[in-house]
Design a protein around this ligand. Structure first.
Ligand code: GDP
Length: 199
């Protein structure tokens, strides 16, 4: 069967850079078998950060709804409606993402979007499983972040769907900055004839 080749956009947010976790985190994606096909170190503008998070008008309400779901899981009561909450989170995220250098990269591989999300872990570090980037490397919570009127510092962003990855890759990279290349490891991961490697 042909493998399901996907690309996904990852951002190491300013907290990951400030905590010298770039190598640790990128190593996890390399080790699992994903291929880096584009990469840059950049201080995002506010416009770029906004464009990244707000893909369309419905996105603000959708973000508010995701946050409400997450908060319910943490037993937090939510008073704001989804739109107000979504707008508040966007404002905080834009401020945070544009506050310093981030590492942006594109990963490629079999079902890269869901594999990457699995390694990243759930949004709130308090809830993210041990073994995930967010579960292993940080300790923030919605309560702490909201109390301080800031975004949750959860180190990393990864696209959550094929539509999002296409959109987000365009926000961060020009087509000529993305390199399609063969990697020697591709053979052991995907080659259907590997059973005959010794023939
Ligand atoms: P992700 O795909 O796991 O990053 O989650 P979302 O797309 O739902 O949220 C985007 C980002 O918004 C998260 O990574 C958090 O940094 C931030 N965020 C989400 N929900 C909340 C919240 O309730 N409070 C605060 N302060 N930040 C939030």
């Amino acid at each position: 069967m042909k493998f399901q080749k996907e690309k996904t956009l990852v951002l190491l947010k300013p907290d990951a850079v400030q905590r010298n976790l770039i190598g640790e985190i990128i190593g996890r994606f390399e080790r699992v078998g994903l291929k880096i096909i584009a990469m840059k170190f950049v201080v995002p503008t506010k416009d770029q950060a906004f464009k990244h998070y707000v893909k369309n008008d419905a996105e603000i309400v959708a973000l508010g709804n995701r946050s409400i779901e997450g908060k319910k899981k943490s037993g937090i009561e939510v008073k704001e409606d989804p739109k107000t909450l979504g707008q508040q989170i966007i404002d905080r995220l834009v401020r945070f993402l544009s506050s310093g250098p981030v590492v942006a990269f594109v990963l490629e591989g079999n079902q890269a979007i869901s594999i990457t999300r699995k390694l990243v872990g759930s949004t709130e570090p308090l809830q993210s499983a041990v073994g995930t980037v967010r579960g292993d490397y940080t300790i923030d919570s919605y309560t702490l972040a909201d109390n301080d009127n800031r975004a949750v510092r959860n180190l990393i962003h990864a696209s959550s769907s094929q539509f999002d990855s296409g959109y987000e890759i365009d926000v961060w990279f020009k087509p000529e900055e993305i390199y399609s290349y063969n990697n020697v490891r591709d053979r052991i991961l995907y080659d259907v004839n590997l059973d005959n490697i010794n023939d």
